[in-house]
Write a protein that binds this ligand. Sequence first.
Ligand code: MN
Length: 232
Amino acid sequence: MSKLIFPAAPAPTLPIVGSDDRIPVQRVFCVGRNYEEHAREMGQQVERDEPFYFTKANETVVPTDSVVPYAQGTENFHYEFELVVVMGAPAHNVSVADALSKVFGYACGLDMTRRDLQLKKRAKQLPWDIGKDIESSAPISAVYPAAKFGAPAKQKIEMRQNGVTRQSSDLSFMIWSVAEIISHLSTLYHLRPGDVILSGTPAGVGPCKPGDVLEGTIEGAGSLKVTIGQPV
Ligand code: MN
């Protein structure tokens, strides 16, 4: 019988609020430009034809209270604080009306970004991957089951950098709702339990530096805190 010639990397796992069980993270989907004010601050038109996505490897997921090293190869390492949707059931061609029934729960997340590299690639119409799919770039907090969180509505979403509020909005300002995102994404992928979706960031993104403390909260979904470390 053949064996693996080196150990396979285990999937990162997320704790569940109110349980000792954990969720193995499968795929990480991210929604681009899902709040109008953020689309504008990125110099983009607000488009309503369909949502768009990029992905991160699941190994980019790290827990709350992590030290996130300042990413190598960038001089403009940005925070984007976002609602994370954690799938709990398979979803394929699911309707908007049924989409939220496939969700396990919700958490707080950061989509850490090499903004200079993202924009440089975007300008040349090349893939953004090196701007987004960065080691340790997806900190995600403990997951609140949907029964505790409720449905995404007008919950406040806020992020502070060293105690100063940088991002402040509410979930109703999403261009595409969580249900619409799941429904649309499920026409492109066979979504599975453990897939997670970072649902886009409100306005107020900006640069960080080693030593910064980033702390975000979403009403009903707890909080996430990371410290930016020295490059490694
Ligand atoms: Mn983002």
